[in-house]
Design a binder for this molecule. Structure first.
Ligand SMILES: Nc1ncnc2c1ncn2[C@@H]1O[C@H](COP(=O)(O)OP(=O)(O)OP(=O)(O)O)[C@@H](O)[C@H]1O
Ligand SMILES: [Mg+2]
Length: 270
């Protein structure tokens, strides 16, 4: 399968965040996206998944040639797109196990049902693989979970739902070193001809455990450079200034606002 993003422009509250982004991911590949804070990485993931807060103003997203932008969020999910969120939501009143089982059920044809026996067995395995607390599947989704538990829970959902394309938004943030290794290895084990992923991260650490095929650098809502693992190492050591210089990219394009300081003056915001 192939996920193709062409000349994507997207905005939130009348502010353009994604500014002409192109990206193609095929199953069998794992891509990483790195980039400074506020550059639009989470926005990109949200737009691919269909978060209604973001408006696409130009461009297209195609899944095997089908227009993703015309699909509802649940249709995108059923077609195999999965998002592990940077800040996972809590859903009080619904247990993790019920939540995942419902999502699996929604993927089946009418008249087909998730086998409870198989589900429980698979869930137990996934929980063990992720070295999660065995109680977590029976608690309400993310409610009262620690930061690291929430991140592991996103990966648990991914393992159970087996998406074709997983968008993993900073799944490493908040993880301790042992959890980072476990999560990284579990993502890497998903590598197959029927699975592709876009891993958003700030650090090399996670990518020590995940074999990535391509690394993209995103600045100001565009992918400005793509390459191999050497890019990760250089960003880790030197940050992004060298890329901005190489590409002739200006600092943030947001207009400076004037702040009125009471009655006695005004200053330009830095
Ligand atoms: N719902 C929203 N309302 C207002 N502004 C938003 C909203 N969502 C995103 N933005 C703005 O869009 C810009 C891009 O945000 P985004 O979360 O995509 O960045 P990011 O690259 O994921 O950053 P980080 O590395 O810090 O996670 C930011 O300036 C952010 O404040
Ligand atoms: Mg983000």
């Amino acid at each position: 399968m192939e996920l193709v993003i062409r000349n994507l422009h997207a905005q939130v509250e009348d502010q353009e965040i994604i500014r002409g982004l192109n990206l193609t991911i095929s199953t069998g590949e794992i891509h990483a996206i790195m980039g400074p804070n506020g550059t639009g990485k989470s926005t990109l993931a949200a737009v691919i998944m269909g978060n209604p807060r973001y408006q696409v103003t130009e461009g297209e997203i195609l899944l095997n040639g089908e227009d993703v932008l015309q699909m509802s969020v649940d249709e995108r999910s059923r077609k195999g797109i999965f998002l592990a969120m940077q800040y996972p939501n809590e859903i009080p009143g619904i247990t993790n196990a019920d939540f995942i089982k419902s999502a699996m059920q929604a993927r089946l044809k009418e008249g087909e049902y998730v086998s409870l026996f198989k589900f429980v067995k698979e869930m137990d395995h996934a929980v063990q693989d992720l070295k999660m607390n065995p109680n977590l599947p029976h608690r309400y989704v993310n409610e009262g979970f620690s930061g690291g538990e929430k991140k592991r829970n996103e990966i648990l959902q991914m393992k159970m739902l087996k998406p074709s394309f997983a968008l993993l938004d900073e799944i490493d943030s908040g993880l301790d070193v042992d959890a980072l290794k476990i999560v990284g290895e579990n993502v890497n084990q998903m590598r197959s001809d029927t699975f592709g992923a876009l891993v958003i991260t700030h650090y090399q650490r996670l990518l020590d455990y995940i074999t990535v095929d391509v690394v993209h650098i995103m600045i100001n809502g565009q992918i400005v450079k793509s390459g191999g693992k050497e890019l990760i190492e250089r960003v880790d050591l030197e940050g992004y200034d060298w890329i901005k210089q190489e590409m002739g990219i200006e600092e943030d394009v947001e207009p400076k606002r004037t702040i009125v300081l009471g009655t006695c003056g005004a200053r330009k915001e830095k």
